[in-house]
Design a protein around this ligand. Structure first.
Ligand SMILES: C[S@@+](CC[C@H](N)C(=O)[O-])C[C@H]1O[C@@H](n2cnc3c(N)ncnc32)[C@H](O)[C@@H]1O
Length: 305
């Protein structure tokens, strides 16, 4: 297990043989305590364009701590980033918040690991260009469109009813992917295939029709940005195996951990919002099977030289 050697030493808070973790605190500082190449799957669903206030501070810390971007695409990345930041101030702020966290994600992925970055149509195009430069264009696996049908419909433009999930792998020659376990979909024209095929259903494509968390359903926690378990189930089934560690450092209501636990994966979830931790605690509390879960208040644990 190796910690990045240009970082300050941190107390080791996690080991692969330890408990599943729920961490309350800023994700960037916590991520820096984790050893390289520890997670086969990282799913993140960052808040859209709300990182402005904390952005400026975290960038300073990160730059002085990490120095140059060894392992990334150096000059190309800096150039692409410069162009994107210059073009759109709001996105520049947002990306300055996300960028050091995505660098950590890259560092923390195993060499056969996969990152799922959940965004919406306003950010995804900038993010695609920047992640191509950060991970390498050859590491781009998919853009998943999660399409849903809920809420009011604009009459002034085509109503936007989808989210975008960018999928990048650490190494395009090694990544793990297995859709055999993934839930299948009904054929649109079942009469055109054999009854056996129609009964089995077809493998999902990169367009996933899935309802949002129903305001009336039993999955609903009340956390405003909660994502459906069905979306996470597909991701976790396809890009990890039982026993693998899954990381979600924008955990919100804890959907990733709940699904990971149900599918016998291990997990770390991080969120800085106490309300999120309360919801997660309640959600996990109802599932007493599997390994135990430790709760950490990260800011109370200080770095050691
Ligand atoms: C869009 S929500 C995630 C929702 C989640 N996927 C779910 O299913 O409930 C984003 C979360 O990121 C958290 N967050 C934002 N900035 C953070 C930071 N710097 N460190 C840790 N958590 C952060 C917010 O508190 C929020 O709960």
């Amino acid at each position: 297990m190796t910690l990045p050697n240009d970082y300050m030493s941190y107390e080791v808070l996690w080991t692969p043989n330890g408990d599943d973790l729920v961490v309350k605190g800023d994700n960037l500082e916590f991520l820096r305590t984790l050893p390289d190449e520890s997670f086969r799957l990282i799913y993140i669903d960052p808040p859209f364009n709300t990182g402005k206030v904390q952005t400026r501070q975290t960038m300073k810390t990160t730059r002085s701590a990490t120095g140059s971007r060894i392992g990334f695409k150096g000059q190309t990345y800096e150039t692409v980033k410069g162009v994107a930041f210059g073009y759109n101030d709001a996105f520049g702020d947002y990306w300055e918040f996300l960028e050091p966290r995505l660098e950590e994600a890259w560092r923390l992925l195993t060499d056969d690991g996969t990152l799922y970055l959940h965004l919406d149509y306003r950010e995804v195009h900038y993010a695609k260009v920047l992640l191509d430069a950060l991970f390498g264009r050859e590491s781009f696996l998919n853009e998943i469109i999660w399409a849903y049908d809920y809420g009011a419909r604009s009459t002034k433009k085509w109503p936007a009813k989808h989210d975008n999930i960018l999928v990048y792998v650490k190494d395009p020659n090694k990544y793990y992917f297995n859709n055999a376990e993934v839930d299948r979909e009904p054929y649109m024209a079942p009469g055109l295939v054999t009854p056996e095929k129609a009964a089995l259903g077809k493998l999902p494509t990169d367009v996933w029709w899935h309802t949002i968390v129903s305001p009336m359903g039993k999955e609903k926690t009340g956390y405003p940005t909660q994502k459906p378990e069905g979306i996470l189930r597909r991701i976790i089934h396809a890009s990890s195996e039982p026993g693998d560690w899954v990381l979600d450092f924008f955990a919100g209501s804890g959907t990733t951990g709940v699904v990971a636990q149900n599918l016998n994966r291990r997990f770390i979830m991080v969120d800085q919002n106490q309300e999120a931790i309360n919801v997660i605690t309640k959600r996990l509390g109802s599932n007493l099977l599997g390994p135990s879960v430790a709760f950490i208040d990260f800011p109370e644990i200080s770095a050691v030289e």
